[in-house]
Design a protein around this ligand. Sequence first.
Ligand SMILES: [Fe+2]
Length: 302
Amino acid sequence: MDAHAVARPPSPMLALPVASWTDPLAPALQAEAQEALESGSVLVFPRLAFALDAAEWQLLAAAESDGSRKNVSYDPATGVLKGTALPPDRRPALAAVMRRFADSAQALLLAVAPGYAPHLERARTSFRPTEIAGRAMPWRKDDTRLHVDAFPSRPTRGRRILRVFVNVDPDGTPRRWAVGEPFEEFARAFLSRVPRPLPGSAAVLHWLGLTKGRRSRYDHIMLHLHDAAKRDAAYQGDTARQHRLDFPPGTAWMVFTDQVPHAAHAGRNALEQTFHLDPAGMAHPERSPLRVLERLTGRALT
Ligand SMILES: [Fe+2]
């Protein structure tokens, strides 16, 4: 497809019959999968369980978040584990499980999109033990509300946020999501509610250590799109525009969470790996939120 052709409206998901985290995909399937991913589909792998032995199960069951945050998090670059109530002597074993998932998620992503390799940064790994349904959260942190991902303390300056998940719940509980409209429609609906950034605010936030790196105009807009959508009760209630997706245990899925409006309504015990991708690595960089927002606003945003 040439770069200026109109993308076909994305279907919300593409199921792939992949049963290995590491095997390369057949070329035709690989191309179809990358095309769907960049179009804003969720790639679903219904036969891709993440195998855990009995000792690993016990670790995850005991790893419960320490209550300081929603999730247990692991940094594969430094080996630092945060948010778990596990005693120190058991933490290296938990870190090893999370590292094994981080490596598996990276292998799967590079099987789908081998061209991403030189443009990819592997960020945090998380374990999400807590049941989502019924959990009280302030509105801005309430991920049962449809949103695109944007993180207040971690500006991406236009780099993509791509996440790989797997449901490892031992009791058969599906993870229940809803996904919304294509990114451009989403952005058009909320862009008028994005205020102008206060002059100098990005520098001050950086200087105070509240952001890792300076917030670009792009990050400012993405944070306000995230907030505007979560705050809009009419938008949240308009379920006719949403597609429900269920991910049973033994299912993995992969999605650009900065592009696809998504909400997690129920489920527990998921592993997740975050990647950042320079849009230059995409087959279709013009579909990245950065390029879409630059087109809609008529200005450079980074
Ligand atoms: Fe999210």
